[in-house]
Write a protein that binds this ligand. Structure first.
Ligand code: F6R
Length: 246
């Protein structure tokens, strides 16, 4: 695992965007695994700028998002579909047909999970998976649990995740309490992983994920078993890790 310290959020975003664009420059038809949330927004903004300057070209890139809420339509402003299009996809030269996001409105959620997983395989797997980390150590929506779930599946969100994401919704009743997420196998099969992390409130969980036991109660700890993970985190997020790794 490579740990790369960034000065602050902007610097983390710049380094993260460099890693994503290097991937796309080296392999123009890369399959990218993408995350929503606050953490990767700066990376997406930087990539939009480089795409406008034609320094990075997304015309042959395929993307698979990590997760989507169950019960929110694509048009719902809080769906991850809406998030990805408004924050990133509509600003770059990606083909609409090359964008994959789980369908939270699918009639049969189990079938949707199976077909999502098989689409990833059909394209040869993910070349670079971008991840954020939840305050409880989740990646995607793989919540702390007594086991690691392998493939794309439906989950119930934990109270801590509901609390962390509630501010996006008008009220608690409007926030879905379940989601579709790629599983740990789906993530771990990616050839490369980029974990982004910013802020002191993530310092403790990031330290546990990197230095602690591999434990499904800290889902991100499984990344220790992957052979090509780069963590790009700002100084605040690395505070505790740096004290413990001396
Ligand atoms: C988002 C996702 C989540 C977030 C995590 C961190 O697609 O899969 O695991 O990466 O909840 O969220 P932020 O970046 O908002 O702190």
């Amino acid at each position: 695992m490579i740990i790369r310290e960034a000065k602050d959020y902007n610097n983390m975003s710049r380094i993260g965007a460099n890693i994503v664009s290097a991937q796309v420059i080296l392999k123009k038809d890369s399959v990218l695994g993408l995350a929503t949330g606050n953490t990767p927004i700066g990376v997406y903004k930087q990539l939009i700028k480089w795409n406008a300057k034609k320094d990075v070209d997304f015309s042959s890139v395929k993307t698979f998002n990590l997760d989507e809420y169950i019960g929110l339509s694509k048009e719902n402003k809080n769906s991850y579909y809406s998030f990805m299009w408004s924050v990133f996809f509509k600003h770059i030269n990606i083909e609409r047909d090359n964008v994959y996001i789980p369908d939270g409105m699918a009639e049969n959620i189990s079938d949707e999970c199976l077909s999502y997983e098989s689409k990833i395989k059909q394209f040869g797997g993910i070349d670079l998976q971008v991840l954020g980390i939840g305050r409880n150590g989740h990646i995607g929506f793989n919540e702390p649990s007594d086991c690691f779930k392998r493939d794309t599946h439906a989950i119930d969100l934990t109270p801590s995740t509901v609390e962390a994401n509630l501010s996006f919704f008008e009220n608690a009743a409007k926030m879905p309490k379940s989601a579709i997420t790629m599983g740990m196998g789906s993530i771990m099969r990616a050839k490369k992983i980029l974990l982004l992390c910013s802020g002191k409130e993530k310092a403790d969980v990031l330290n546990q994920a990197i230095l602690g036991d591999i434990d499904p109660l800290i889902p991100a700890s499984i990344l220790q078993l992957h052979s090509d993970v780069t963590v790009v985190a700002d100084a605040a997020a690395l505070q505790i890790y740096k004290g413990n790794s001396k």
